[in-house]
Design a protein around this ligand. Structure first.
Ligand SMILES: Cc1ncc(COP(=O)(O)O)c(C=O)c1O
Length: 442
């Protein structure tokens, strides 16, 4: 392991790290220098079991050979090709494969470089579509409290996480929010979809009554809210949103950045819940986290609405230098192949009940006030320390890292989302380690 030490820099000042307690980190850094399958290797040579798929993205596990080889080959063969008025085959091939595996009707694909950019793409597409079909008065976007849609202005405007919003001025105008669906009092310890809260979908009717449907372009939600700490939709909730949107000519956007690519034991959450949006946002697992990429899928109806006028004119004024970049496209194709070869997109369904039982065995563990789960997602909510919200989970995170387990924490919630190659023995290990850590915490 001595050569891994050599790659650790001795000055950590310049990199202002994202979503990080920078001063704490730089006093006692936590570095990874390698990864394989279910494990990271830390700079001091320890194996760290990855219970979060990196950051909800390494769904096929780390350093998978097909993906590595595809990227290596691509960089030597065609490094960059513009996709403005030009193309290269792999971007089209990836779009075709995505369209063919997506829920019925989602047939066209716009590429971006991240989930945040995919969100902006989706919101702009929704507004532009409404205008293109002669409904330009529909300028409002409806998000949800506690929603996370990345960090760009559109995303934080429709998102509902306070610290992500409060520092950044007026945000987008014309945005309103549905209430979140978290209800520990009624739904604690639920397995899968919680029984209570269907009526929260009726809040969309209230918002429509307030603003009028003719001013609303789209509703955007995460089918399962991830970053806020895993909020699973109450039974029937998403279908109700779908019905209300359809009735009022409002587009429904699902942000599947974390739920996409097998996380719930189906290719997409739309498949799991049997509810199909008009626009679906993906990223993360699309390339197994290897090369940044996002993709927005939409219907022929929306796409075709733009396909008018003289053919030499651009139909939709939007795109990124790297939309459909060759390396990302190669990584995406190899990732989808790996998912297919190993049937990873449905593996979560086979493991879901084992996962559920293992996590719920933590009921009764010190500090734990709720456990919830769906597919291969889990959340353990802790009683916050008096006057010090998030401190207890932060301590759990540090302790876990030191003991060889990577978890993700948000607020006073531990969120778990292991790679889809996880074995039952890993699940046992995750739960045993968590139990030890929580029992030992202040
Ligand atoms: C639901 C959702 N949307 C958007 C994003 C933003 O993705 P990115 O960090 O790739 O910009 C995330 C990231 O966690 C997410 O969970």
């Amino acid at each position: 392991m001595s050569d891994t030490h050599a790659v650790v820099p001795n000055d950590l000042a310049a990199f202002w790290m994202p979503f990080t307690a920078n001063r704490q980190f730089k006093k006692s850094p936590r570095m990874f220098v390698a990864a394989k399958d279910m494990h990271y290797t830390s700079a001091d040579g320890r194996q760290v079991l990855d219970a979060t798929s990196g950051l909800w993205c390494v769904n096929a596990g780390h350093c998978r050979p097909k993906i590595t080889e595809a990227v290596q080959k691509q960089v030597a063969e065609l490094d960059f090709a513009p996709t403005f008025q030009l193309g290269h085959p792999k971007a089209f091939e990836l779009a075709n494969q995505l369209a063919s595996m997506a829920p019925a009707g989602l047939e066209h694909v716009l590429f971006s470089n991240s989930g945040s950019e995919a969100v902006e793409t989706a919101l702009k597409l929704a507004l532009a579509y409404q205008r293109a079909r002669g409904e330009g008065g529909r300028f409002r976007l409806i998000g949800r409290e506690r929603g996370y849609h990345g960090v760009n202005f559109g995303g934080i405007s429709v998102g509902g996480i306070l610290p992500n919003r409060k520092m950044f001025g007026t945000l987008l105008t014309g945005v309103d929010h549905l209430p979140h669906t978290h209800d520990i009092a009624r739904n604690a310890w639920s397995k899968g979809m919680p029984p209570h809260g269907l009526e929260l979908a009726d809040e969309l009717d209230r918002i429509i009554a307030l603003h009028d449907a003719s001013t609303i372009a789209a509703v955007i939600v995460e089918p399962v809210a991830g970053s806020t700490g895993v909020l699973i939709p109450p039974k029937g909730y998403l279908q109700k949103l779908r019905d209300t949107c359809t009735k009022h000519g409002i587009l429904l956007i699902f942000d599947e950045v974390i739920t996409g690519f097998g996380r719930l034991g189906t290719p997409f959450a739309a498949d799991y819940f049997g509810v199909i949006p008009d626009i679906m946002i993906t990223a993360k697992g699309l390339t197994n986290g290897v090369i940044p990429m996002g993709a927005v899928l939409t219907t022929a109806k929306i796409h075709d609405t733009f396909m008018h006028g003289p053919e030499h004119l651009i139909e939709f004024f939007h795109g990124y230098t790297y939309s459909g970049n060759p390396m990302a496209a190669a990584a995406g194709l190899a990732t989808l192949e790996t998912y297919r070869d190993e049937q990873l997109l449905t593996r979560g369904a086979e493991l879901a009940s084992y996962w559920e039982n293992a996590l719920h065995s933590l009921k009764g563990t010190r500090h734990v006030i709720d456990v919830r789960n769906i597919g291969l997602i889990g959340a353990i909510e802790l009683e916050p320390m008096a006057g010090l919200p998030t401190k207890r989970t932060f301590s759990a995170f540090i302790e876990a890292f030191e003991k060889g387990l990577l978890i993700r924490t948000t607020g006073d919630i531990i969120a778990l989302s292991p790679p889809l190659i996880v074995q039952k023995s890993h699940i046992d290990q995750i739960v045993e380690m968590l139990s030890d850590i929580l029992n030992g915490l202040e």
